[in-house]
Design a protein around this ligand. Sequence first.
Ligand code: SF4
Length: 407
Amino acid sequence: MNKFPRSAYVHIPFCHRRCFYCDFAVIPLGNKVEALQGYGSKTIKEYLYFLHKEILSIKNKTPLSTIYIGGGTPSILDPKQIKKLIDLFKENYGIVYGAEISMEVDPASFNQNDLHGFINAGINRFSLGVQSFNNQILQKSGRRHLREDAEKSCFWLKREYDSGRIKSWSLDLIQNLPLSGFKEWQDDLKKAITFSPPHISIYDLNIENGTVFKKLVNLGKLKLPSDEEAFSNSNSTHLILKNSGYSRYEISNYCLPRHQSRHNRVYWSGLGWWSFGQGSTSSPWGEKLTRPRVSKEYKEWVIKQCEDNLDSSLTNEDFIYKEVDEKIMLGLRLKEGIDIYKVFREQNFEDKYFESNLSKLLDEWARFIESGLLVRKGNRFFLSEPKGMELSNQILISMFKWWDEIN
Ligand code: SF4
C-alpha cells in the first residue's frame, strides 16, 4: 500500500493584475483589492468558502510535514485568512512538529504588519517573487512592483530570518526577461546576494501561449536576450552563486546548506501530495488530478466532490505509479539524480522486460555519459553541473523516445 501524502499545496488564484509572461490559473482583481472588506473581498471570501470545503472533503487525513500556499499572489489575503487556512489543516489533518509551512509573497502586496501576521499565523518560510530589481525590466514584464518595493521586502524577510522568527526564505528571479542582457542580469544576481537569502530560485523565461509576451513575439515586437546572451547569463548564474556559497540542488533552485525546499522536493522525488484550489494538480498516489481553472467550474466541481464521493485518483491507495518517464524526468532535475534500478522496480516491469528495457535506455544514454552531460555512479544517474543541468533537454528527449518505443 502506498503511504499517505504528507504534503499539501494550496492555490490562491488572486493577483492584482496578470504579468505579461504568466499563463497560470489566476484571477486579476486590480490594485484596489481588499481581502476582508471592500473591493474584491466578496470574490475572495466566496473562493475561500469552497477551498475550505475541498480541504475538508478528503477522507484519509493524516498529519502533514509540508504545506505550501502558492498562487497567484497569496499575500493579497489578510493574515486572518491565512491563519484560518493553517488552523484548518492543524485541526483536521494535524501538522507535525518542525513542519515546513511556506507561502509565496509578492513585493508591494504586503507590508510589515501583514508579514508579522503571516508569521503569527504559522508561516515559517516565504518565497518572494522579486523577478528583477531593474525597474525597466519589471515594467516591460507587466510586474506591478518596483525595485524599491523588492528591496524593502527583502530587507524585512532578512530581518525576520536573522532574528530567528522564520526558518528560511527564498528570493525568486526570472532569467532572460526582455532587456535583461549580461550586465543587467549580473546586476540582478549581485543585488540578490546582498540580502543573503538562504534560498534562490532562478526560473528561465518561457513564452507561453495566450500571454502578452506570446502576442508580442508573434508580432516581432519583443526583444529577448539572444542565444549568446542567454548562454552568458546562465554561466554567470552558475559562477556568481557558486562563488557565494550556493549549491544548485535542482535545475532552477540554489541554496545555502540545509535550506532546500522540502515541499518542492516532494514533487521532484515522486512522493504523493494533496492539492487544493482552482487549477491545482494533486497526485496523492501517483495518478494526477487537475481541478478546473475557471472559478464557476471549480465551485461546481467541489460541490460534486462533496456530494458524489471523491474522484478515484484521491482515494485509490493501491495505485501503482505508471508514468516512469515522468519519474525519471523529475528525478533527474535533482542534484542526486535517480537510482534507475529503484525506478524500474517500482514500475513492476515483468522480469523478462526489466533487463531489456534497462539496456535500451542505457544505449540511449551512452553518448551523454561519454560527453559528460550525464554521470553514472553505480545505479545512480545524475546531470553534471553546470553543463548537464543546462542541456538537460537533450537527455530528456532521448528518454521520452525510449519510453515511447517500449510502450
Ligand atoms: S503575480 Fe505571479 S501568478 Fe500573478 S500574474 Fe504575475 S506571475 Fe502570474
